[in-house]
Design a protein around this ligand. Sequence first.
Ligand code: 5GP
Length: 190
Amino acid sequence: MKLLKDRILKDGVVKPGNILKVDSFLNHQMDIDLINEIGKEFKARFADCPITKILTIEASGIGIACIAAQYFHVPVVFAKKAQSVNLDGEMYTTKVESFTHKKVYDVILAKRFLTEQDHVLLIDDFLANGCALLGLIDIVKKSGATLEGAGIVIEKGFQSGGQQIRDMGVRLESLAIIDSMSDTSLTFRE
Ligand code: 5GP
């Protein structure tokens, strides 16, 4: 997606530890005109899928998922990071290791919001090592819903998550795939 790639080149900042900061337009301050175009692009790429629900994970996936959902006309449900898991049987639970915070979270989703009738599109801002997406995939599996695919705004193609998830047979659409980055250059996959 050219608009997105141009914006990453203009305003993205590479930080130590393979972190790309895009907080001036994507995940702190949010450029809604750009995110609307991102939502339309996800709709175009998954137009053939009978999506009934968009699933994301808090926090930065939520805003993007909500704007995308306006083009799919389906609810958004987000997995919550929990301090402790209440094992009362009403929640799907899984564990996710945060790439940015280097911490393992329990992640929960109320069972009543995802059922085997659902056709799910996963949405998130970044894909790096894949832990966040693998956690969401695990929740979808536990629910018995059909996983239609995953839409990612920025995939860091030099980390292992994208390959691993494609190898699982999941349809993965990333709007910008970064092949390499340093503080002086950033290249995208064609
Ligand atoms: P993964 O679980 O795939 O390793 O990482 C995905 C999550 O980590 C995303 O939800 C995102 O919040 C965060 N993340 C991973 N890499 C980056 C990065 O380069 N920049 C920012 N801002 N967040 C990242």
